[in-house]
Design a protein around this ligand. Structure first.
Ligand SMILES: Cc1cc2nc3c(=O)[nH]c(=O)nc-3n(C[C@H](O)[C@H](O)[C@H](O)COP(=O)(O)O)c2cc1C
Length: 188
């Protein structure tokens, strides 16, 4: 498939089968990520791979977050935790905070490119992938920093949920809902 074809077929996959993701495949995703464009080659990304025992700790952190955020919604908590439990691998991605705001912002843009590269690579490797920030993605919650050891000068940008797709996901209609570029473009 060409890159343009992959861009058309790529989509968020949120349900996985139980199969573990091989380390080699995760390494292929990370190898793709670090090729992303980045200003002055600051290579501002760091990746935190979460599987096995670390994933059990992640589940507990997510549960603490959900219980605090949604104290009156036990069903939501249960279904959200089930999402974490049924995800074979999680990767948290941070961006380096630079000495000035513009560089910090450029670093974040580069990390976004890196995550998108991983997403396309996942498509080629037939892995299901979704970039999460909200809810159990924990990107906007301080607990995510504590979970990765509170490293200095890093901003959380994305939490990737990863696994082999549940076959039911693959049967779904792949048509993308997007506004046409004509409606989003001004030719000056
Ligand atoms: C920055 C960012 C944050 C996202 N956060 C979430 C999230 O918290 N939960 C989720 O289910 N999907 C999340 N997504 C995935 C989007 O919902 C998904 O990309 C969108 O619905 C378009 O579908 P597609 O990726 O299949 O084209 C996020 C995507 C991006 C780029």
């Amino acid at each position: 498939m060409s890159v343009i074809e992959f861009l058309h077929s790529r989509r968020a996959i949120r349900n996985y089968d139980k199969r573990e993701v091989e380390r080699e495949k995760i390494e292929q995703l990370l190898s793709a990520a670090i090729l992303a464009p980045n200003d002055r080659l600051r290579e501002p990304w760091s990746f935190f791979v979460i599987q096995g025992e670390a994933k059990q700790r992640y589940e507990q952190v997510a549960l603490d977050y959900l219980e605090e955020r949604f104290p009156t919604k036990p069903k939501l908590i249960e279904s959200s935790i089930e999402v974490v439990k049924s995800t074979p691998a999680i990767i948290m991605v941070t961006s380096d905070i630079a000495s000035n705001e513009a560089d910090t912002r450029d670093n974040e843009y580069a990390v976004c490119c890196a995550i998108h590269s991983m997403w396309l690579a996942a498509e080629e490797l037939e892995l299901g992938f979704v970039w999460r920030t909200r809810g159990v993605g924990l990107v906007h919650d301080q607990r995510s920093y504590e979970f990765i050891g509170s490293p200095e000068g890093k901003k959380m940008v994305g939490t990737i949920f990863l696994g082999y797709p549940d076959p039911k996901e693959l049967g779904e209609n792949k048509t993308k809902k997007r506004t046409s570029f004509e409606e989003k473009t001004i030719w000056l």
